[in-house]
Write a protein that binds this ligand. Structure first.
Ligand code: NAG
Ligand code: NAG
Ligand code: NAG
Ligand code: NAG
Ligand code: NAG
Length: 445
């Protein structure tokens, strides 16, 4: 047992002393005045009043929200591209968990049919009201054979416009000058990961991902991006930017804006701040569950989106386009895709951690939008409910990774500076393949 303690001790020594003993590669990257800046607290939307409100004009989408809309690099070999929810729902019926018809399967579904509660007739003739919580958009086609609507549409080359794939923007006032811009990205299908060549596992029909850009007095301060129920938070200045011409009411102006970049992973559409391989199981143990991102087609969601202002209760559509499709679909608490297939369905498979087809996800308003933290919720081990915004982007690993500089990786400053490589590998093992790095990275990233 002694070597364990020795290893822990060595690790702590390495973790604690090396960064300070060495040249600090981060000198100059931080802006000193940033540290001194003390910003006022955010206010939960339910507690806002006229004096603390940041958005004075009711229902207004500020221009800075559009100027800082993230650009999304989709994966180069992606098969399931974004799509339009208004078109998507026409391929579905709404059923309850027992498979009863909630909506009439003889009529085409529209977004107006998605609502908070349903009054429907059970098989035995009883009429009843149910909440949408336990309902499922249930595909009329066999989704296992990739009907065309399941594939979505690629962005147009050059502009990044997806004509049949509007993003969904929800703006929330967080008081004291703070404003949150939630960008939702909808894909008709989530293709899960392969584990050691087998899979894919955890597939589902319908896939909602989102990012949050948090502004203080019109200046972007933070960005958060979703990945597998969790996500990652960054200071806005940390993420990569792309120069674009500013648009005003759909028209290009000669002004240049620096837009943040996020990367959408192959199949799962989980969002990351860099290209490469991203482990999303227990940190770096074996990396069997990985996401892959690269610089595939670039999607510009600011060219086509449905926009709303939400105050925690009421939703205000931003234009006639949103009024036409109605807002009831935002209150729909059901699943945006089929229920997990039963075990005896020929399309279903099981592996020790996951089914092949699982339940479709819930929609945008189920993502804790009134949150004060950047994170929507916390993992069980995160009992102190921390959600630190990283100062440096987390680099991807593997073949697609772009190792043009060495900073910012987990253990990056520690391990990447270790040479020769065999010694670095040794250190990786000594740090339990990076578990200690992960913990350190969590607090220092
Ligand atoms: C807040 O402002 C609105 C319009 O600007 C006004 O109608 C309302 O009475 C004000 N509420 C309070 C509590 O002052
Ligand atoms: C749902 O409605 C369709 C068409 O009316 C009918 O054929 C089917 O049996 C119904 N399903 C259930 C579970 O009631
Ligand atoms: C019909 O089924 C529901 C739920 O299974 C039950 O609560 C209700 O009592 C039944 N109604 C009749 C008339 O049997
Ligand atoms: C169902 O809800 C409607 C309106 O929300 C209400 O008028 C009706 O009485 C309810 N019916 C039952 C059986 O609860
Ligand atoms: C699967 O099993 C259920 C009972 O558990 C049965 O009702 C159903 O018919 C079965 N389906 C198939 C496709 O065998």
């Amino acid at each position: 047992m002694e070597w364990v303690w020795l290893s822990i001790f060595t690790n702590i020594c390495l973790a604690v002393f090396i960064p300070w003993a060495d040249d600090n590669p981060f000198v100059g990257l931080e802006t000193p005045q940033d540290k001194k800046e003390v910003l006022p607290p955010l206010i939960p939307p339910s507690e806002l009043d006229n004096s603390s409100r940041s958005l004075k004009k009711k229902g207004q989408i500020p221009e800075y929200v559009i100027d800082n809309c993230p650009l999304v690099y989709l994966y180069s070999e992606e098969k399931y591209w974004p799509s339009d929810i208004a078109e998507y729902v026409t391929h579905f019926d709404i059923k309850d968990a027992q498979g009863n018809n909630v909506t009439d399967p003889l009529e085409a579904l529209t977004l107006q049919n998605l609502q908070q509660d349903y009054y429907y007739t059970l098989a035995n003739g009883t009429h009843t009201n149910i909440s949408s919580d336990d309902t499922f958009l249930t595909s009329r086609d066999d989704f296992d054979i990739d009907p065309k609507w399941l594939l979505g549409s690629r962005p147009e080359y050059g502009t990044g416009h997806i004509k049949n794939g509007p993003a969904v923007l929800v703006v929330m006032d967080k008081g004291n000058g703070w404003v949150d811009a939630f960008w939702f990205y909808f894909y008709p299908f989530n293709l899960g990961p392969y584990i050691m060549g087998y899979g894919p596992w955890g597939n589902h029909v319908g896939d909602w991902e989102h990012s949050l850009v948090r502004f203080y007095q019109g200046k972007p301060k933070y960005i958060w991006m979703s990945a597998h129920g969790g996500g990652s938070a960054y200071r806005f200045e940390a993420v990569e930017k792309f120069k674009k011409l500013r648009r005003r009411n759909g028209k290009l102006t000669p002004e240049i804006v620096q837009r943040p970049i996020i990367f959408s992973a192959r199949g799962t559409h989980a969002n990351y701040a860099s290209a490469g391989q991203h482990a999303h199981d227990v940190p770096f143990f074996f990396m069997p569950l990985s996401d892959f991102t690269d610089r595939g087609p670039m999607w510009d969601p600011s060219m086509n989106y449905y926009a709303y202002v939400f105050d925690g209760e009421k939703i205000i559509p931003s234009s006639d386009r949103e009024k036409t499709i109605g807002i009831s679909w935002l209150y729909f608490n059901g699943h945006w895709g089929d229920r997990k297939l039963p075990w005896n369905d020929s399309r279903q498979r099981w592996c020790p951690v996951q089914w092949r087809y699982i339940d479709g996800p819930t929609g945008p308003l189920n993502k804790n939008l009134p949150r004060i933290s950047l994170c929507p919720h916390f993992a069980w081990w995160n009992f102190w409910r921390g959600c630190p915004a990283r100062r440096l982007i987390k680099k991807g690993e593997g073949l697609d990774a772009e190792k043009n500089d060495l900073i910012g990786d987990n253990c990056g400053i520690l391990l990447y500076r270790v040479r020769p490589r065999w010694l670095r590998s040794l250190f990786r093992i000594v740090t339990w393949r990076g578990v200690l790095c992960f913990i350190m990275d969590y607090f220092t990233g």
